[in-house]
Design a protein around this ligand. Sequence first.
Ligand code: NAD
Ligand code: DAU
Length: 350
Amino acid sequence: MKKIIITGGAGFIGSHVVRRFVKKYPNYLIVNVDALTYAGNLENLSDIEDEANYVFEKADITNAEQLNVIFDKYGVTDVIHLAAESHVDRSITNPLDFVYTNIIGTVNLLEVAKNKWKDDYSAHLFYHVSTDEVYGALGSEGLFTEETRYDPHSPYSASKASSDHFVRAYQDTYGINVLVSNCSNNYGPYHFPEKLIPLMINNIINNKPLPVYGDGKYTRDWLFVKDHAVAIDLIFHDGKIGDTYNIGGFNEWKNIDLVHLLCEQVDEKFGRPSGTSKQLITFVKDRPGHDRRYAIDAGKINRELGWQPSVTFEQGLSETIDWFLANKTWLENVTSGAYASYYDNQYSNS
Ligand code: NAD
Ligand code: DAU
């Protein structure tokens, strides 16, 4: 029986991965290890919290003692590692938080796994969930492949790049079985409203300005979060040990075009005249070191594991907006308290 730690399971992507594994694999024990930072929220998992094959452990991945206890308590066989500081703007303000969690936390987790699994590394797997931002920025042409040279620009992407290198170093040096995947921008239910799509939805709902950085022509490749969870499931079970898999949506959007689409969809759902929400768009000062374009070549995971996105962007976005409109209490809860001061600091000098 697999006893899998999923770190960061109370966060955005982690909660979708936990839900998928708990429901699909009743014979696995899923141990959600999360420190419950501002981004972690057990409300994201209220529908599965009573399942027999699920447990939650509040723990910080930088704390070896806490991890040792959890590994022993459950006889942990595998790790799927998502816990991280994940927001680029916060990494610009507080880079050390990203060093502690993303680099030191990952190495700490690797060390605990290395010690606990030393009798037989072949029976265990450490799967590290990473980002396409490690590859840097593209011009108007080209795609990131698994062979693209690392070239991170933000403290966030530099910390994720470092953690990727450590994960691979633990395979090469100690023989731990590892897998790494690098995914493009996710969107969907439970997305914390500091990121572009949920922030814009929340501001449209509340009739607040829609802050678009710079000229708005920065480009991202968007993937529905449930499709990322499917990819993680496939890679965990069928990925080739030691390999890297790029995951993307084949779905590039300039930010300004995406914000226009969001405005139109929300206006339609609210029955407002078309163009109402677009009046809220405000161009604000740019993000320092802003990567111009990300785009993933997800050909390898498609060819080797048969994965491809299951929903169109219009469907995924519509489901996402519907979810936020139906879950206003969730939105109010996560935007109360510390969110207001974060928002003021981030956007007040714009
Ligand atoms: P998130 O910020 O929504 O969630 C992160 C979770 O990690 C939270 O529940 C938080 O409480 C937890 N956490 C933070 N520090 C911790 C610590 N020290 N110990 C234990 N738990 C801690 O992040 P997300 O958007 O769900 O991203 C999850 C992972 O996927 C990250 O590793 C991120 O780099 C990667 N990723 C994200 C995206 C994206 O578009 N969001 C795309 C590709 C890869
Ligand atoms: O590519 C994967 C990465 O995608 C993940 O690794 C990160 O964890 C995740 O946060 C995301 O990073 P981005 O920086 O691309 O996402 P964000 O939603 O912060 O910004 C998307 C784009 O929108 C980017 O070009 C900046 C712009 N933006 C963002 C915000 C929050 C705005 O124009 N205005 C905003 O208010």
